[in-house]
Design a protein around this ligand. Structure first.
Ligand SMILES: Cc1cc2nc3c(=O)[nH]c(=O)nc-3n(C[C@H](O)[C@H](O)[C@H](O)COP(=O)(O)OP(=O)(O)OC[C@H]3O[C@@H](n4cnc5c(N)ncnc54)[C@H](O)[C@@H]3O)c2cc1C
Length: 442
């Protein structure tokens, strides 16, 4: 029997599983999802565990394929990383194409790039389901904080254009970058107009509604407390009912610390923090980011920020590697925010929250089938807004028996475990990450 031991219930930092964290996103959705907790036993073809982008993508694909599917989510829908992230829409993988080419060869890298573009196109189909397109705005700036890195960024832009035919990416010199971003910290970079930013909790809600309309049954506030193999399928135990399913997807992101060991040994949970200021005078907001784009910098512990439609600066910065969140989350983010925008010293912070993301050893997502009828998809390593809905869709289609090149591609990627396995991965990896984070300071 596989057991889930540590879904957060009432931790510091607003991480009570019964409610959304006190985030800007939770404060700006108009409706939640009607998804009553499971109160009885049920039988279904497929059960998805986890109501984030991955699980919702799979449930939507399964329902559209005419399969019976139930999704269980321990908290409200979108409670995990999917409803708390920076909302930055990155095109591509966490590793760049030269890195992939060195390890996987040209043909596989080409397939990976096509898949990244397909994932971005898939996101558009989901945004089309939402009246306000989940507040989507185009433009994602990569900002270099080291003057010496700018030439490398510009070489990358040229390589993407000349080798891969990608023309949405443009180089920004120092003046171009500073005209777009009112920070003394940056020296140049690039802007990707196929990238952008959105309201991630609205996206999760949109996906959940679409899945329900297609026939999926969604149970919020329903934690899977044990997963057991039975003859011909799986038994998903929850506090008030057992679901018997032929196939199960573990889509629990970084939040189910011990549900499926084969997943857990391949991910490291990392906490990252975001704050939003009070609404700013539109002229001041315009001076911070002039063109409405999102910004993400080149630090190992990346700073990422953007304006919200109501002129707040939404700023992500700071990371911790334990299981606990700090109490004063605004206090964690403020020094990072003021480092980039000294002109905002003392600005009022209205919302601050933390979230946990799952990184994999090679920073690529993985799909595994550790036992017959059991699937797991995870390890988006900080770039799941585009990739997780797409990979969820791909896994859902595969579970439904549809031929699926996206699924086959990710299934063939190396999916290494962290050295030390489920428990011993912590000390060495956290030390390595702290070392890399320290380098950002110099
Ligand atoms: C602070 C932060 C900022 C980020 N910024 C960005 C960004 O700007 N751009 C980007 O591309 N990516 C970003 N990411 C990463 C992105 O959010 C994730 O890659 C993506 O949301 C992963 O989706 P998921 O569905 O796999 O996991 P999650 O969204 O975490 O969903 C997993 C769900 O499973 C549920 N669960 C866990 N255990 C159980 C159980 N036993 N029973 C039932 N339910 C369970 C959890 O409650 C959770 O809701 C960020 C992540 C964080 C935390």
């Amino acid at each position: 029997m596989l057991k889930s031991r540590s879904i957060e219930r009432a931790g510091p930092g607003g991480c009570d599983i019964r409610h959304f964290p006190r985030s800007y996103y939770a404060a700006t959705i108009d409706q939640t999802i009607d998804a009553p907790a499971l109160q009885h036993d049920a039988i279904t073809d497929h059960c998805v565990i986890g109501g984030g982008f991955t699980g919702l993508g799979a449930a939507l694909a399964l329902a559209r394929a005419g399969q019976s599917v139930r999704l269980v989510e321990a908290g409200p829908i979108g409670w995990g990383a999917s409803g708390r992230n920076g909302g930055q829409v990155h095109v591509g993988w966490q590793q760049d194409l030269p890195w992939l080419e060195r390890r996987l060869g040209h043909a596989a890298t080409s397939a990976m790039w096509q898949a990244a573009l397909a994932a971005r196109a898939h996101l558009d189909t989901l945004l089309d389901l939402c009246d306000d397109r989940c507040d989507y705005r185009p433009g994602l700036i990569h900002a270099d904080h080291r003057p010496g890195a700018v030439a490398q960024t510009h070489a990358h832009v040229a390589m993407m254009r000349d080798t891969w035919g990608y023309r949405s990416l443009t180089a920004l010199d120092r003046d171009g970058l500073r005209a777009a971003v009112g920070s003394p910290d940056y020296h140049g970079g690039s802007i990707d107009m196929l990238g952008g930013h959105l309201h991630p909790l609205k996206l999760a809600m949109t996906m959940a509604r679409a899945a329900q309309s297609a026939g999926a049954v969604i149970h919020a506030h329903t934690a899977c407390t044990a997963l057991t193999r039975t003859t011909g399928g799986w038994c998903v135990t929850t506090p008030h009912g057992v679901i018997r399913a032929g196939r199960v997807l573990d889509a629990t992101g970084a939040y189910a610390r011990a549900l499926v060991g084969e997943t857990q040994s391949r991910i490291l949970p990392i906490n990252n923090y975001i704050a939003t200021t009070a609404p700013l005078d539109p002229a001041i907001a315009q001076g911070l980011i002039a063109n409405g784009a999102a910004v993400s910098d080149a630090r190992f512990v990346v700073y990422y920020f953007r304006m919200t439609p109501d002129h707040r600066l939404l700023f992500g910065g700071g990371e911790t590697y334990g299981t606990r969140m700090p109490r004063d989350l605004a206090g964690v983010v403020r020094p990072h925010l003021q480092r980039i925008f000294p002109q905002l010293a003392g600005v009022a912070i209205d919302h601050a929250w933390g979230g946990t993301l799952a990184i994999s050893p090679n920073r690529l997502p993985f799909v595994i089938e550790p036992q017959p009828g059991l699937y797991a998809a995870n390890g988006f390593s900080g770039v799941g807004v585009v990739l997780a809905p797409w990979l969820g869709d791909a896994v859902g289609r595969a579970m439904a028996g549809e031929a699926n090149p996206g699924y086959d591609l990710v299934r063939r990627l190396p999916a290494p475990r962290f050295p030390g396995g489920v428990w011993l991965r912590w000390p060495t990896q956290a030390l390595a990450m702290r070392f890399m984070a320290l380098r950002d300071r110099f």
